[in-house]
Design a protein around this ligand. Structure first.
Ligand code: ADP
Ligand code: MG
Length: 353
């Protein structure tokens, strides 16, 4: 097992910078998800760690050793990709044995290890099947077992669940997490799916446009997004552009309570961000308390136990707010209903714009 240190890694293609000075330190046994929209550079970074791509600058260290110039085969890394990359003409068992065989291990050692791994991924009874006889989820389990068979120092997974349907995706991500914990292998998993990243990571590394915007625990990413991009990309909520004004934020004609604004100089352009679970809605009947916003329900989205309500703020056509209600209380908040939205002044996060 090993730490991974990515230091000042840069990569350009035809003069266009795809990764700009990435620094990321992974702890021994840690699972980090690289999360970001398509094209932000996740795969490029993962492939630099794997050794498939040479960075233009910077280093990759594994367990303190500089591996930047080492070929992939000498980096002791296990890899799983989005598309099933099993050898089609080999059984599940032979696929898992492949790495140990190439490494020159004895056949009985290979088999014992491969069977143990197939058992770990729940496929013992499928060892004699060929890839085309397995479902997508089963193929990815074999791919995971195969990646672990070489006893890698680092496990690299590039969108391993993206091609699977929703239910299998959730099952398999929990299984990946369990196996990762059991083996203690330092793991980097690339995904564009925020729910996936939040649910299985020790820390999430949010990327956009070739930069790392924030590296933090799922809870910290959710509660304290570093900037407006992270706030918009993770979870849901409203982001308002305005100016700090004491412990309020001035947004259009409104002065909205936000204690966090006090940390910013008066008049500084800021973004105020509030999660839907922090917004309280009440039916509007006349009086509007100070610091509250009057509006109208525009849309409701049923999410099972919760119903998410979008509110258009009165007097500001482009100001929208989201609020989560227990579904049993959502009856009073049909589209068109006049409402008052409020929040505790400690709830909003205020970020420099
Ligand atoms: P992600 O995995 O986050 O979707 P990638 O790392 O695959 O993003 O790609 C990042 C950017 O680099 C994209 O704009 C992509 O088009 C570009 N890119 C990736 N590989 C190459 C390449 N071999 N040649 C030129 N451009 C590339
Ligand atoms: Mg990719």
């Amino acid at each position: 097992m090993a730490t991974v240190d990515i230091k000042g890694v840069r990569k350009s293609y035809s003069g266009r910078e795809v990764l700009s000075a990435i620094d990321l330190a992974m702890g021994d046994g840690e699972l980090i998800c690289l999360l970001g929209p398509s094209g932000c550079g996740k795969t490029t970074l993962l492939r630099i760690v794997a050794g498939f791509i040479q960075p233009d600058a910077g280093q990759v260290l594994v367990a303190g050793d500089d591996v930047t110039k080492l070929p992939t085969a000498r980096r002791r890394m296990g890899m799983v990709f989005q598309s099933y990359s099993l050898f089609p003409n080999m059984t599940a068992l032979d696929n898992v044995c492949f790495g140990p065989r190439v490494a020159g291990q004895k056949r009985d050692v290979q088999l014992a290890r491969a069977r143990q791994l197939l058992d770990m991924v729940g496929l013992s009874s499928h060892e004699a099947k060929f890839p085309h006889q397995l479902s997508g989820g089963q193929q990815q389990r074999v791919a995971l077992a195969r990646a672990l068979a070489v006893q890698p120092q680092v496990l690299l997974l590039d969108e391993p669940l993206s091609a699977l349907d929703a239910k299998v995706r959730v099952q398999l991500r929990e299984e990946i997490r369990r196996i990762q914990r059991e083996t203690g292998v330092t793991t980097m998993l690339v995904t564009h799916d925020q729910e996936e990243a939040l649910s299985i990571s020790d820390r999430v590394a949010v990327m956009n446009g070739g930069r790392l915007l924030q590296v933090a625990t799922p809870a910290a990413i959710y509660r304290e997004p570093a900037d407006g991009f992270v706030a918009r990309f993770i979870g849901s909520g409203a982001v308002f552009a305005g100016q700090a004004q004491g412990d309020h934020v001035r947004v259009a004609d409104f002065t909205l309570p936000a204690h966090a604004a006090a940390a910013h100089p008066r008049g500084e352009p800021v973004e105020m961000f509030i999660r839907p679970e922090k917004v309280q809605l009440t039916p509007r009947n006349g009086h509007i308390p100070t610091g509250a916003l009057a509006g109208e329900v525009r849309e409701t989205i049923f999410l099972g136990s919760l119903t998410r309500v979008r509110i258009a703020v009165h007097g500001a056509t482009d100001l929208h707010l989201w609020a989560d209600l227990a579904s049993e209380h959502a009856e009073d908040f049909k589209p068109g209903a006049p409402v008052v939205a409020q929040w505790d002044a400690s709830a909003p996060r205020v970020m420099k714009a």
